[in-house]
Design a protein around this ligand. Structure first.
Ligand SMILES: NC(=O)c1ccc(NC2CCCC2)nc1
Length: 248
């Protein structure tokens, strides 16, 4: 997948995409990441990318023309069509379903705003959709872009060593349940012992326990994600059994 990021801080994106799963995916050619700096496309001695807002008020607004030229350069670099996604608190909340949709694309262009934002005329003319990574305000869209880069890259074929681990992630299953608890060495510890079932070697019992824990955890922590009408008979039975003796 190719991802072009329009940002005044391309070094930030390069850094965040050089580590771990994303870094490895980039090395494997699963991710082709390009940074584009609007300042490189700003005219005049001062190479202005921002100016004061009409109507007054605090802060600055990113100007149309440097962004327009910068986006044109990014599009000219590769013929593959791509949605232009603007990160902002006014965007649609990012969900794993949206991540899966984006991960299936051959390319996307991420636009990162700074200051008070981008001239509305640029958004109206060039932006396909706005996405928010949560209901809070950041100083720039770069962290949102890094979140999207990470989330879509780990879903690229071959990015994760064990494809299963992606399927067992929270929100991944068809019902979008939370992930179950995980344990490793030591089996006994002053903070508690590993549940016996996980050491039993009984893979059916282990899968059952994990499913039950995911159901219980989702019910306790994120009931908004649990649509019991969508649960199978088996899942409803597992949840009922797990609920006994547990206060939400
Ligand atoms: N919740 C978010 O996804 C988000 C995105 C961008 C941002 N700030 C940017 C937007 C325009 C100037 C700074 N803040 C928050």
């Amino acid at each position: 997948m190719r991802i072009d990021v329009i940002t005044l801080f391309p070094e930030f994106m390069a850094q965040s995409a050089s580590l771990g799963v994303v870094g490895r995916a980039a090395e494997r050619g699963l991710l082709d990441l390009h940074g584009w700096n609007p300042r490189d496309y700003a005219e005049g001695n001062y190479r202005r990318v921002d100016d004061r807002p009409f109507g007054g008020g605090p802060g600055m607004v990113m100007l149309i023309e440097p962004l327009r030229a910068c986006l044109a350069a990014a599009k000219a670099a590769d013929p593959t069509p791509a949605p232009v996604i603007y990160l902002s608190p006014q965007g649609k909340p990012l969900t794993q379903a949206k991540v899966r949709e984006l991960a299936a694309l051959p390319r996307m262009i991420l636009l990162c705003g700074r200051y008070e934002g981008v001239d509305e005329r640029f958004l109206a003319a060039e932006v396909t959709e706005e996405i928010s990574i949560g209901d809070y305000v950041l100083s720039g869209g770069e962290l949102g872009a890094a979140v999207i880069v990470d989330a879509v890259t780990r879903l690229q074929e071959g990015a994760l060593n064990d494809a299963e681990s992606a399927a067992q992630d929270s929100f991944e299953g068809p019902q979008g349940l939370l992930d179950c608890p995980h344990y490793s060495q030591p089996a006994q510890h002053e903070w508690g012992d590993v549940p016996d079932v996980l050491r039993s070697g009984n893979h059916a019992a282990i899968a059952r326990w994990r499913r039950q824990q995911s159901l219980l955890r989702t019910w306790l922590r994120r009931p908004d994600l649990l649509d019991e009408s969508q649960l199978s008979k088996a899942d409803r039975k597992l949840l009922a059994e797990a609920r006994e003796g547990v206060e939400p």
